[in-house]
Write a protein of this length. Structure first.
Length: 380
């Protein structure tokens, strides 16, 4: 019997984000592949212990590399050396890195350890308008220098791929576009329009995501404040993160406690989507946010921004509205337009559930199985 291929998935943080869900789905796809893989996961210092325990219960070996930290240049070189030692000692055949820091650290470690195959997955564009220009410049230099060390660079949208190529990050032959997949049926709401809110009931807006910089939540609070002056509206914010206290203070200062609620972390996103009327994600930086696909599957019109792959998910004026990140006036206007018009929400809802075949879990799993099959052939 042929020895299984030893695979390490390396990710900066393992919390509750979309990148972590993608890693779990790729692991599941590889476990059902015809080829045999010995699957391992390496994570940085910031992680949720219960999620790592869940991986171990599935028989996946987990290693914590404490030197891998979020945007910490002091620990970057020790992290490269530490990961390189692991790769060499464990004789890893395929290194698959995820996210910016692990992507840079892992690819240089892989080069030092002479790993046969290196894949890098881009889950979001790290260079964004709301970030410090010096940080953006640093990220540009490291991403450009690390790209040639990748046998494949996987993006979850065509727009992100094209952006990376325009910046000179690698060459076209390295790139593969694989959309994040999900179980669409788990989010569908057949009777979506059976119980519309009455004219005096508030229209329900929903945000789901990490409460952190880059998500545009302060913009959303200001936009809701503007809309609430003209229409009955409420916003539920589902998620946790380092900005929660500051966001709650902003809500109190504006006197919006009756309009905006913080739900904390919710593991039943489908239930929240089923009871909402409009989904809002005013992010400054994303990749291809799976929660937008979840909202579409649930029949919700989406108000989001023009960043990264979101325009591949939301067709402006048909399945929702897209605004420039930071344009609070336009954000407020588009939310208000949907809040004021049940007929527009109904029309967009019917359109938003169509043409989601690119985002099925089956397509994602088959694409990753095919990618790995092609690469292991090169090892053999």
């Amino acid at each position: 019997m042929t020895e299984p291929y030893r695979v390490l998935h390396l990710i900066t943080r393992f919390l509750d984000g979309g990148a972590e869900k993608s890693v779990e789905q790729i692991l599941s796809a590889l476990r059902t592949a015809p080829e045999q893989y010995d699957l391992r996961v390496g994570v940085g210092a910031e992680h949720a212990s219960e999620r790592l325990d869940a991986l171990r219960e599935r028989g996946i070996d987990v290693t914590v590399f404490r030197a891998i930290r979020h945007y910490n240049p002091v620990t970057a070189l020790p992290a490269v050396l530490c990961v390189a030692r692991y790769l060499k000692h464990e004789q890893i055949d395929i290194l698959h890195t995820h996210s910016t820091e692990a992507g840079v650290i892992g690819r240089w470690a892989g080069a030092l350890a002479d790993v046969p195959v290196t894949i890098h997955s881009v889950h979001g564009d790290p260079i964004a308008s709301d970030r410090n220009p010096l940080l953006n410049a640093t990220l540009y230099v490291f991403e450009r220098a690390s790209a040639p060390l990748s046998d494949r660079i996987v993006t979850n949208s065509v727009r992100v791929r094209d952006t990376y190529l325009d910046r000179g990050f690698g060459h076209p032959d390295q790139y593969e576009v694989i959309y994040d997949g999900l179980d669409l049926d788990a989010y569908r709401v057949p009777d979506r329009w059976d119980n519309l809110p009455s004219a005096d009931e508030p229209v329900s807006l929903l945000f789901v995501g990490r409460l952190a910089d880059g998500k545009g939540l302060f913009d959303l609070i200001e936009a809701v404040d503007q809309v609430a002056g003209e229409h009955p509206v409420k916003l539920d914010i589902a998620g946790e993160g380092e900005s929660r206290e500051e966001l709650q203070d902003a809500v109190k200062r504006r006197g919006l406690e009756d309009n905006i609620s913080f739900l904390g972390y919710c593991d039943d996103v489908a239930r929240l989507l089923a009871t909402a009327d409009v989904f809002v994600l005013p992010s400054y930086r994303e990749g291809m946010p799976r929660v937008v696909t979840e909202a579409r599957a649930a029949g919700l019109p989406v108000v989001s921004t023009t960043v990264a792959g979101i325009p591949e998910q939301v067709s402006h004026g048909e399945t929702g509205f897209l605004v420039e990140p930071g344009d609070i006036s336009e954000l407020s206007a588009r939310i208000g337009q949907l809040v004021a018009s049940p007929s527009l929400r109904r029309k967009m809802s019917k359109q938003t559930t169509a043409d989601l075949s690119r985002f099925t879990l089956e397509n994602m799993e088959q694409s990753y199985q095919s990618l790995y099959r092609d690469l292991v052939d090169s090892i053999s």
